[in-house]
Design a protein around this ligand. Sequence first.
Ligand code: NAD
Length: 269
Amino acid sequence: MTHIPGIVITGASGRMGQMLIKTVTDSDHARLVGVVERAGHDWIGQDVGEAMGGQALGVSVTDDPLEAFAQAQAVIDFTAPEATLEFAALAAQARCVHVIGTTGMTDEQIAALEPAARHAVIVRAGNMSLGVNLLVQLTKKVAAALDEDFDIEIIEGHHQHKVDAPSGTALMLGEAAAEGRGVNLTDVSDRGRDGITGARKRGDIGFHAIRGGDIVGEHDVLFAAPGERIVLRHLASDRAIFARGALKAALWGQGKAPGQYDMVDVLGL
Ligand code: NAD
Protein backbone atom coordinates (compact mmCIF):
# COMPACT_ATOMS: atom_id res chain seq x y z
CA MET A 1 0.00 0.00 0.00
CA THR A 2 1.32 3.45 -0.89
CA HIS A 3 0.26 6.87 0.41
CA ILE A 4 -0.24 8.11 -3.19
CA PRO A 5 -4.03 8.30 -3.65
CA GLY A 6 -5.60 5.72 -5.96
CA ILE A 7 -8.01 7.22 -8.50
CA VAL A 8 -10.91 5.69 -10.46
CA ILE A 9 -12.07 7.38 -13.69
CA THR A 10 -15.68 6.83 -14.78
CA GLY A 11 -16.81 7.27 -18.39
CA ALA A 12 -13.38 5.97 -19.46
CA SER A 13 -13.97 6.11 -23.22
CA GLY A 14 -15.44 9.65 -23.22
CA ARG A 15 -13.66 12.81 -24.37
CA MET A 16 -12.98 13.82 -20.76
CA GLY A 17 -12.54 10.22 -19.53
CA GLN A 18 -9.56 9.64 -21.84
CA MET A 19 -8.02 13.01 -20.96
CA LEU A 20 -8.40 12.22 -17.24
CA ILE A 21 -6.76 8.80 -17.64
CA LYS A 22 -3.79 10.45 -19.35
CA THR A 23 -3.57 13.17 -16.68
CA VAL A 24 -3.64 10.68 -13.80
CA THR A 25 -1.12 8.28 -15.38
CA ASP A 26 1.22 11.23 -16.14
CA SER A 27 1.03 12.47 -12.52
CA ASP A 28 3.53 11.57 -9.77
CA HIS A 29 0.89 12.43 -7.14
CA ALA A 30 -1.83 9.90 -8.06
CA ARG A 31 -2.21 6.29 -9.24
CA LEU A 32 -4.82 5.02 -11.68
CA VAL A 33 -6.47 2.06 -9.88
CA GLY A 34 -9.68 1.61 -11.88
CA VAL A 35 -11.70 2.72 -14.89
CA VAL A 36 -15.44 2.33 -15.31
CA GLU A 37 -17.64 2.32 -18.41
CA ARG A 38 -21.34 1.58 -18.85
CA ALA A 39 -22.44 -2.06 -19.10
CA GLY A 40 -22.35 -3.38 -22.66
CA HIS A 41 -19.60 -0.99 -23.82
CA ASP A 42 -16.95 -2.50 -26.18
CA TRP A 43 -14.12 -1.55 -23.81
CA ILE A 44 -15.36 -3.67 -20.85
CA GLY A 45 -12.70 -6.26 -19.94
CA GLN A 46 -9.98 -4.63 -22.08
CA ASP A 47 -6.81 -3.01 -20.74
CA VAL A 48 -7.65 0.71 -20.84
CA GLY A 49 -4.28 1.76 -22.31
CA GLU A 50 -4.74 -0.65 -25.22
CA ALA A 51 -8.40 0.35 -25.65
CA MET A 52 -7.16 3.96 -26.01
CA GLY A 53 -4.79 2.80 -28.76
CA GLY A 54 -1.54 2.89 -26.73
CA GLN A 55 0.55 0.82 -24.31
CA ALA A 56 -1.10 -1.45 -21.71
CA LEU A 57 -1.58 0.32 -18.36
CA GLY A 58 -2.39 -2.79 -16.32
CA VAL A 59 -5.92 -1.54 -15.51
CA SER A 60 -8.96 -3.26 -17.03
CA VAL A 61 -12.18 -1.43 -17.85
CA THR A 62 -15.03 -2.60 -15.61
CA ASP A 63 -18.79 -2.07 -15.47
CA ASP A 64 -18.81 -2.73 -11.69
CA PRO A 65 -18.28 0.72 -10.08
CA LEU A 66 -18.47 -0.40 -6.44
CA GLU A 67 -15.73 -3.00 -6.91
CA ALA A 68 -13.53 -0.32 -8.52
CA PHE A 69 -14.33 2.37 -5.92
CA ALA A 70 -13.46 -0.03 -3.07
CA GLN A 71 -9.78 0.10 -4.25
CA ALA A 72 -9.67 3.90 -4.50
CA GLN A 73 -9.35 7.11 -2.49
CA ALA A 74 -11.07 9.24 -5.17
CA VAL A 75 -13.43 8.92 -8.12
CA ILE A 76 -13.29 11.45 -10.96
CA ASP A 77 -16.59 11.46 -12.78
CA PHE A 78 -17.38 13.28 -16.05
CA THR A 79 -20.32 11.23 -17.35
CA ALA A 80 -24.07 11.91 -17.34
CA PRO A 81 -26.48 13.05 -14.57
CA GLU A 82 -28.16 9.66 -13.91
CA ALA A 83 -24.82 7.86 -13.77
CA THR A 84 -23.34 10.54 -11.49
CA LEU A 85 -26.17 10.11 -8.96
CA GLU A 86 -25.54 6.35 -8.85
CA PHE A 87 -21.77 6.93 -8.48
CA ALA A 88 -22.33 9.45 -5.64
CA ALA A 89 -24.08 6.81 -3.50
CA LEU A 90 -21.40 4.20 -4.25
CA ALA A 91 -18.47 6.60 -3.70
CA ALA A 92 -19.97 7.55 -0.31
CA GLN A 93 -20.31 3.86 0.56
CA ALA A 94 -16.61 3.36 -0.31
CA ARG A 95 -15.70 6.68 1.50
CA CYS A 96 -14.03 7.99 -1.67
CA VAL A 97 -13.74 11.66 -2.59
CA HIS A 98 -16.17 12.13 -5.51
CA VAL A 99 -15.12 14.80 -8.02
CA ILE A 100 -18.11 15.60 -10.25
CA GLY A 101 -17.54 17.36 -13.57
CA THR A 102 -20.82 16.15 -15.09
CA THR A 103 -23.07 19.04 -16.16
CA GLY A 104 -26.76 19.28 -17.06
CA MET A 105 -27.97 18.08 -13.63
CA THR A 106 -31.41 19.34 -12.58
CA ASP A 107 -31.97 21.07 -9.22
CA GLU A 108 -33.62 17.83 -7.98
CA GLN A 109 -30.59 15.78 -9.04
CA ILE A 110 -28.23 18.22 -7.31
CA ALA A 111 -30.34 18.04 -4.14
CA ALA A 112 -30.21 14.22 -4.32
CA LEU A 113 -26.40 14.39 -3.81
CA GLU A 114 -26.88 15.60 -0.23
CA PRO A 115 -27.22 12.15 1.48
CA ALA A 116 -23.91 11.07 -0.12
CA ALA A 117 -22.23 14.31 1.02
CA ARG A 118 -23.04 13.41 4.64
CA HIS A 119 -20.57 10.53 4.40
CA ALA A 120 -17.97 11.63 1.87
CA VAL A 121 -16.37 14.64 0.23
CA ILE A 122 -18.02 15.78 -3.01
CA VAL A 123 -16.33 18.43 -5.15
CA ARG A 124 -18.66 19.52 -7.96
CA ALA A 125 -18.09 22.28 -10.50
CA GLY A 126 -19.51 23.00 -13.94
CA ASN A 127 -15.98 24.00 -14.91
CA MET A 128 -12.77 22.78 -13.27
CA SER A 129 -10.33 25.21 -14.92
CA LEU A 130 -8.44 27.88 -12.97
CA GLY A 131 -9.20 30.50 -15.65
CA VAL A 132 -12.96 30.02 -15.58
CA ASN A 133 -13.10 30.03 -11.79
CA LEU A 134 -11.22 33.35 -11.83
CA LEU A 135 -13.68 34.59 -14.46
CA VAL A 136 -16.54 33.67 -12.11
CA GLN A 137 -15.01 35.84 -9.37
CA LEU A 138 -14.44 38.72 -11.81
CA THR A 139 -18.03 38.45 -13.08
CA LYS A 140 -19.36 38.72 -9.53
CA LYS A 141 -17.20 41.82 -8.86
CA VAL A 142 -18.08 43.59 -12.12
CA ALA A 143 -21.81 42.86 -11.69
CA ALA A 144 -21.67 44.25 -8.15
CA ALA A 145 -19.94 47.42 -9.37
CA LEU A 146 -22.41 48.18 -12.20
CA ASP A 147 -26.11 48.97 -12.04
CA GLU A 148 -28.92 47.71 -14.29
CA ASP A 149 -28.02 50.25 -16.99
CA PHE A 150 -25.61 47.48 -17.97
CA ASP A 151 -27.43 44.57 -19.62
CA ILE A 152 -25.73 41.23 -18.85
CA GLU A 153 -25.61 38.58 -21.60
CA ILE A 154 -23.71 35.29 -21.40
CA ILE A 155 -22.66 33.79 -24.72
CA GLU A 156 -21.12 30.31 -24.81
CA GLY A 157 -19.80 28.05 -27.57
CA HIS A 158 -19.13 24.29 -27.50
CA HIS A 159 -18.51 21.35 -29.86
CA GLN A 160 -21.29 19.72 -31.88
CA HIS A 161 -21.65 16.72 -29.49
CA LYS A 162 -22.57 18.67 -26.35
CA VAL A 163 -26.02 17.60 -25.11
CA ASP A 164 -26.93 20.29 -22.54
CA ALA A 165 -27.47 24.05 -22.89
CA PRO A 166 -26.73 26.52 -21.45
CA SER A 167 -23.38 25.00 -20.45
CA GLY A 168 -22.65 24.35 -16.79
CA THR A 169 -20.06 27.12 -17.02
CA ALA A 170 -22.55 29.62 -18.45
CA LEU A 171 -24.85 28.84 -15.51
CA MET A 172 -21.98 29.33 -13.04
CA LEU A 173 -21.29 32.73 -14.64
CA GLY A 174 -25.00 33.61 -14.55
CA GLU A 175 -25.18 32.69 -10.86
CA ALA A 176 -22.10 34.84 -10.19
CA ALA A 177 -23.59 37.83 -12.05
CA ALA A 178 -26.90 37.44 -10.20
CA GLU A 179 -25.12 37.14 -6.85
CA GLY A 180 -23.07 40.28 -7.61
CA ARG A 181 -26.31 42.13 -8.35
CA GLY A 182 -28.06 40.71 -5.30
CA VAL A 183 -30.84 39.00 -7.29
CA ASN A 184 -32.01 35.43 -7.79
CA LEU A 185 -30.93 34.00 -11.17
CA THR A 186 -34.21 32.11 -11.67
CA ASP A 187 -36.11 35.44 -11.46
CA VAL A 188 -34.04 37.18 -14.15
CA SER A 189 -32.81 34.40 -16.46
CA ASP A 190 -33.75 34.87 -20.14
CA ARG A 191 -32.69 31.89 -22.24
CA GLY A 192 -32.25 31.69 -26.03
CA ARG A 193 -34.60 34.37 -27.45
CA ASP A 194 -36.58 33.47 -30.56
CA GLY A 195 -39.50 35.18 -32.32
CA ILE A 196 -41.32 38.37 -31.26
CA THR A 197 -39.94 38.46 -27.74
CA GLY A 198 -40.61 42.13 -27.02
CA ALA A 199 -37.91 44.52 -25.84
CA ARG A 200 -35.27 43.30 -23.42
CA LYS A 201 -36.39 43.45 -19.80
CA ARG A 202 -34.19 45.64 -17.59
CA GLY A 203 -32.20 43.51 -15.15
CA ASP A 204 -32.51 40.27 -17.12
CA ILE A 205 -29.48 38.02 -17.59
CA GLY A 206 -29.52 36.51 -21.10
CA PHE A 207 -28.03 33.16 -22.20
CA HIS A 208 -27.08 32.11 -25.75
CA ALA A 209 -25.52 28.83 -26.91
CA ILE A 210 -23.44 28.23 -30.05
CA ARG A 211 -22.80 24.58 -31.02
CA GLY A 212 -20.34 23.55 -33.71
CA GLY A 213 -17.23 21.65 -34.79
CA ASP A 214 -14.66 20.89 -32.12
CA ILE A 215 -14.97 24.04 -29.94
CA VAL A 216 -13.66 22.97 -26.51
CA GLY A 217 -15.45 25.76 -24.60
CA GLU A 218 -15.77 29.55 -25.01
CA HIS A 219 -17.55 31.95 -22.65
CA ASP A 220 -18.20 35.68 -22.90
CA VAL A 221 -19.86 37.72 -20.18
CA LEU A 222 -21.08 40.92 -21.82
CA PHE A 223 -22.03 44.02 -19.83
CA ALA A 224 -23.64 46.40 -22.35
CA ALA A 225 -24.80 49.96 -21.56
CA PRO A 226 -25.64 52.88 -23.84
CA GLY A 227 -22.26 54.07 -25.17
CA GLU A 228 -19.98 51.33 -23.76
CA ARG A 229 -19.49 47.58 -23.37
CA ILE A 230 -17.30 45.38 -21.19
CA VAL A 231 -16.61 41.79 -22.28
CA LEU A 232 -15.03 39.25 -19.93
CA ARG A 233 -13.88 36.24 -21.99
CA HIS A 234 -12.46 32.77 -21.39
CA LEU A 235 -11.33 30.54 -24.26
CA ALA A 236 -10.49 26.88 -23.58
CA SER A 237 -8.40 25.25 -26.30
CA ASP A 238 -7.37 22.05 -24.48
CA ARG A 239 -9.50 19.71 -22.31
CA ALA A 240 -6.38 19.08 -20.19
CA ILE A 241 -7.24 22.23 -18.17
CA PHE A 242 -10.41 20.53 -16.85
CA ALA A 243 -8.61 17.24 -16.16
CA ARG A 244 -5.79 18.98 -14.25
CA GLY A 245 -8.35 20.87 -12.15
CA ALA A 246 -10.28 17.66 -11.44
CA LEU A 247 -7.14 15.83 -10.30
CA LYS A 248 -6.22 18.79 -8.10
CA ALA A 249 -9.72 18.55 -6.54
CA ALA A 250 -9.33 14.79 -5.95
CA LEU A 251 -6.04 15.34 -4.11
CA TRP A 252 -7.30 18.42 -2.20
CA GLY A 253 -10.32 16.44 -0.95
CA GLN A 254 -8.20 13.81 0.84
CA GLY A 255 -8.76 14.10 4.60
CA LYS A 256 -11.35 16.91 4.31
CA ALA A 257 -14.60 16.69 6.31
CA PRO A 258 -17.60 15.19 4.44
CA GLY A 259 -19.66 17.78 2.57
CA GLN A 260 -20.12 19.51 -0.76
CA TYR A 261 -17.35 21.73 -2.10
CA ASP A 262 -16.55 23.49 -5.37
CA MET A 263 -13.45 24.68 -7.25
CA VAL A 264 -13.51 28.03 -5.45
CA ASP A 265 -12.75 26.02 -2.27
CA VAL A 266 -10.10 23.91 -4.02
CA LEU A 267 -8.33 26.87 -5.59
CA GLY A 268 -8.74 29.05 -2.49
CA LEU A 269 -10.15 31.93 -4.57
P1 NAD B 1 -18.68 12.04 -23.63
O1 NAD B 1 -20.03 11.75 -24.17
O2 NAD B 1 -17.49 12.04 -24.56
O3 NAD B 1 -18.34 11.00 -22.45
C1 NAD B 1 -19.26 10.58 -21.47
C2 NAD B 1 -18.85 9.17 -21.08
O4 NAD B 1 -19.64 8.74 -19.96
C3 NAD B 1 -19.08 8.14 -22.21
O5 NAD B 1 -17.91 7.37 -22.36
C4 NAD B 1 -20.24 7.29 -21.67
O6 NAD B 1 -20.21 5.96 -22.13
C5 NAD B 1 -19.97 7.38 -20.17
N1 NAD B 1 -21.12 6.98 -19.35
C6 NAD B 1 -22.42 7.37 -19.47
N2 NAD B 1 -23.18 6.72 -18.57
C7 NAD B 1 -22.34 5.91 -17.87
C8 NAD B 1 -22.52 4.97 -16.81
N3 NAD B 1 -23.71 4.72 -16.30
N4 NAD B 1 -21.43 4.30 -16.34
C9 NAD B 1 -20.20 4.55 -16.84
N5 NAD B 1 -19.97 5.41 -17.86
C10 NAD B 1 -21.02 6.08 -18.36
O7 NAD B 1 -18.79 13.44 -22.88
P2 NAD B 1 -17.61 14.45 -22.42
O8 NAD B 1 -17.40 15.51 -23.44
O9 NAD B 1 -16.45 13.66 -21.93
O10 NAD B 1 -18.35 15.17 -21.18
C11 NAD B 1 -18.85 14.42 -20.08
C12 NAD B 1 -19.50 15.39 -19.08
O11 NAD B 1 -18.51 16.27 -18.53
C13 NAD B 1 -20.57 16.31 -19.71
O12 NAD B 1 -21.60 16.50 -18.75
C14 NAD B 1 -19.80 17.61 -19.95
O13 NAD B 1 -20.63 18.74 -20.02
C15 NAD B 1 -18.93 17.62 -18.72
N6 NAD B 1 -17.73 18.48 -18.79
C16 NAD B 1 -17.45 19.16 -17.66
C17 NAD B 1 -16.30 19.94 -17.58
C18 NAD B 1 -15.95 20.59 -16.28
O14 NAD B 1 -14.88 21.23 -16.17
N7 NAD B 1 -16.78 20.44 -15.23
C19 NAD B 1 -15.44 20.04 -18.70
C20 NAD B 1 -15.76 19.30 -19.86
C21 NAD B 1 -16.92 18.51 -19.88
